[in-house]
Design a protein. Structure first.
Length: 65
């Protein structure tokens, strides 16, 4: 939805340039407060793998006895 909003806003600014002549530029603030949360994504994807591997190992050990 960011792309259509950017297209519509630029079309409005192009249509009415006199209304947006004195507007300041937006500050470069980065990606926001949640930008550092991607560092734990590996845990979300690997935890089910470890759980399944552990369940397989336990099941194999129980069936071998």
């Amino acid at each position: 939805m960011f792309t259509p909003a950017k297209l519509f806003s630029s079309a409005i600014v192009t249509q009415f340039p006199d209304k947006f002549a004195g507007m300041p530029e937006m500050p470069e603030t980065g990606m926001g407060g949640m930008s550092d949360s991607a560092s734990l994504n590996w845990l979300i994807w690997t935890a089910p793998l470890f759980i399944l591997a552990g369940a397989y190992a336990v099941r194999r050990k129980v069936s071998a006895e």
